[in-house]
Design a protein around this ligand. Sequence first.
Ligand SMILES: *[C@@H]1O[C@H](CO)[C@@H](O)[C@H](O)[C@H]1NC(C)=O
Ligand SMILES: [Zn+2]
Length: 368
Amino acid sequence: MAAIRAVLAFLAGLQHLRTAAAGSPWVYSDNALIPDGTIRITTLGSGSPDVRKEQLASGFLVEVGNKQQDKFIFDLGTGAYINLWATGVPMAQLTKVFITHLHSDHHADLASLYVGAMFGRRQPWEVWGPSGEEPQLGTAAAVEGLRQFMAWDTHARRRIDLVGRKDDGDKVVVHEFDHRVKNQVVLDRNGVRVTATPVEHYRTGGPVAYRMDWQGLSFTYSGDTRPTDTLSQLAKGSNVFIMQNMGPIEDLAGLSFESQLLINTSHITPQQAGAIFAATQPRLAVAHHLTVNAASRAAIIQDIRKGYPKGELIINEDLNVYEITRNSVKVKRRLVPPRSWGFWHAESNWQQQQQKQVLLSEAAVASL
Ligand SMILES: *[C@@H]1O[C@H](CO)[C@@H](O)[C@H](O)[C@H]1NC(C)=O
Ligand SMILES: [Zn+2]
């Protein structure tokens, strides 16, 4: 009951926010400093290849309230850059990217982010991602191909660079790691630890899930996978568990052979997700990578609840925010301006934004 009430409160909250957003000419975001003891996850895209204006493909912005105010991107699929840009976070702070796997709905918008050197990135762009079964299928090869894809773009932008930038914004450092290694720490910096573990997707080696730990706070993001022990192990005890789902699937046996094969080898159904949430017991369970609309929502919740009758549960939507602290996990909605702020990503504008904007509203609070 508490969980249903939380979902209802959340929906009511969103209704309220939408009204506020429509009625006001002003901007809603929250670019204030992230308080110490807080991890904030913003959903840039909650969707899948079934991309649409309401739901961009998978991507997350993760902000950590440490001294460095570290920011991380986890996946940046088709369209997710739109919401990243809309948050107004300066490019200078968006240097660290983690990719779960090299499917377009998880990495296609990297090209737009790569151009960020033009918009204020001054440090090298760092990309973490798995190796492939062969060198040319790994993250390093993908990034090298991306640089080639963007060669004219980079060259032309430098031509009209009148100030003669001499920073490292165009440089790229790829941290490709062996995708076969379980529970591998791939980043340990400023107190933030990111661990990767292999998952199973499309019968092709490479895909991983990630977990971040900082000051006893944690979240796990599954990437795309079928149910695997490695994922459950990684997620165990994490505060927030963002799990890829595909469905609802009323009748697996009624699907075509191809669809069955796709689900069985590559994805987690909402019903399976319920069982995995029950086994891993996160403080907040987030069902992600679903096509969410009025018709699908109830069926998805019903399916997940078969195996996970209790516990806080959210069906992910674009710009949902999960704020983790020692005492709570808060669910919010990030409000972004209806129109672009142009070059507001510049550091100078950022300072002004910090003073003006504190209006990220609290839609609901998921209790412990
Ligand atoms: C998919 O899994 C279901 C349930 O385990 C099974 O009945 C079905 O035969 C499988 N289909 C394929 C194509 O693998
Ligand atoms: Zn996907």
